[in-house]
Design a protein around this ligand. Structure first.
Ligand SMILES: [Zn+2]
Length: 247
């Protein structure tokens, strides 16, 4: 089995009420949480999970608390943490197509872009609570060469030691990414877990479109992973390879 090295890459932050991410727990507590991507390599391939924001001002219309310091745009952040230029990246995996996870897809011109087919279809027909977060300029034909898309239909091994599993609930076609590392299996969870508390305490994340599926997805992650890099976990450091244990 190939061993992967995975690093957290911060591409912005969001100020919000803690309870937005933890199903009403912690109401009134203001938090600033990171927006995470992940860079990963097995020594041969360069993989990026999620691509951050497309346009800060545009995203602020959906999420007024979003911030980005200089050097947190995705291209600069990937260079700083991984030492990679955009054209170096072989594979982009989108956990889902919300605009803080797919926003910079178009920057990675040489990458194949992996997404669940169901997610791509759902993104063009958003439900009311998700509509502000699907920005077609992140994923339509203008954004990304159509032939770069690799549409997946369920759980898939992309490379040895690199799998995706379906984790619907936050969106209809959400997936999480599993990397086999020296320390164990690391799950890059996107927003099925905004924070590790979601998986470890069985709490719904922010924005749920399929309630029973959320709990099945959290169970799948508990069964599959030893560590988790959630989409917005504040306990993880920028550039770190240390993630939160899955209990
Ligand atoms: Zn999301």
């Amino acid at each position: 089995m190939e061993k992967w090295v995975v690093k957290a890459i911060q591409v912005g932050s969001i100020q919000l009420d803690r309870s937005a991410m933890t199903h009403y727990r912690g109401k009134g507590e203001q938090l600033v949480v990171p927006i995470w991507c992940a860079g990963a390599t097995d020594g041969k391939h360069k993989v990026l999970v999620d691509t951050g924001i497309r346009d800060l001002k545009e995203y602020q219309k959906a999420e007024p608390g979003v911030r980005q310091t200089s050097g947190q745009d995705t291209v600069s952040a990937v260079k700083r943490i991984m030492g990679w230029n955009p054209e170096d990246i072989d594979i982009v995996i989108n956990t889902h197509l919300h605009c803080d996870h797919s926003g910079s897809n178009g920057k990675f011109r040489n990458s194949k872009i992996y997404v669940q087919k169901k997610e791509w279809e759902a993104a063009f027909e958003p439900l009311v609570p998700e509509a502000p977060f699907y920005d077609t300029l992140c994923f339509d034909k203008q954004a990304v060469n159509f032939f770069q898309w690799q549409f997946l239909d369920g759980d898939t091994e992309i490379l040895p030691g690199l799998q995706v599993i379906t984790t619907p609930g936050h969106t209809r076609g959400h997936q999480s990414v599993l990397f086999h590392t020296e320390e164990g299996v690391v799950c890059v969870s996107g927003d099925i877990c905004n924070v590790a508390e979601n998986v470890n305490e069985n709490l719904e994340p922010n924005i749920v479109v399929l309630v029973p599926e959320v709990y099945e997805s959290l169970k799948r992650i508990r069964q599959a992973a030893h560590y988790i890099l959630p989409g917005h976990e504040p306990a993880i450091q920028d550039g770190s390879e240390k993630f939160v244990p899955v209990l």
